[in-house]
Design a protein. Structure first.
Length: 225
């Protein structure tokens, strides 16, 4: 689960429960060669590649609560950048690699927070509604797509980082896991409780449903090309 493409499109990072415990792997697309990145006691989840492909942001609970860590692929070193008693998860890198947005319930409900990739103080960036989660940056870094709950239903929305305007785009009530197209024009997501994939343009005018021969379709990740 939780696939994440490397920027060069040659590898994916993902979470496996093959031994009945979560572990994070990277895998070469063409050779199938795998490397285990994290298999600590507790949660090992939500890997996200840095834009330069040298690091992974992870959610680990090895030191207590689920926090955000950065794993240096070259040095094979872990560094915690978020430490809080709340649940912190779903990191997403900004296109310039300088900041990370993540989901946290530290304010009483899931909301989006932003922090420097070098650590520091996290700043809340989502305020409309009682549930905002699963962020992904647009390629130009101006927008974030997210899951937004309204009247008990879950929609795909965008958040403009300059003026904080939130725009609901999808029509479904059980939408999840949005991911931007490489050109930033469309957002792919799972819908109908994970039984279909759909896409919507960033202006909300164009919708498309994708036919997939599977009973469950969740957590799409649009490749870099």
């Amino acid at each position: 689960m939780s696939p994440s493409w490397s920027p060069n499109g040659k590898s994916i990072a993902y979470v496996s429960f093959e031994k009945r415990h979560s572990a994070i792997f990277t895998q070469d697309i063409w050779t199938g060669k795998r490397s285990r990145i994290a298999a600590f006691p507790g949660i090992n989840g939500a890997p996200a590649w840095s834009p330069d492909g040298t690091k992974l942001a992870l959610t680990l609970s090895k030191d207590g609560n689920p926090d955000i860590y950065i794993y240096d692929m070259n040095r094979r070193q872990l560094r915690r950048i978020v430490k809080h008693y709340a649940v912190d998860t779903e990191p997403a890198w900004s296109p310039d690699g300088k900041t990370i947005v993540f989901t946290s319930d530290r304010g009483g409900s899931p909301q989006l927070y932003r922090i420097s990739a070098n650590a520091g103080k996290a700043k809340r960036i989502s305020f409309e509604g009682d549930y905002n989660a699963a962020a992904d940056f647009s390629p130009d870094g101006k927008l974030i797509t997210l899951v937004h709950r309204r009247s008990g239903k879950y929609f795909i929305a965008t958040l403009d980082l300059s003026n904080k305007q939130l725009t609901v785009l999808s029509k479904g009530s059980q939408d999840e896991s949005p991911t931007f197209a490489p050109n930033g024009s469309m957002i792919l997501y799972a819908t109908n409780a994970g039984t279909q994939l759909a896409a919507v343009s960033i202006d909300g005018r164009v919708y498309q449903h994708l036919t997939v021969q599977a009973d469950q379709v969740r957590e799409p990740a649009w490749g870099p090309d």
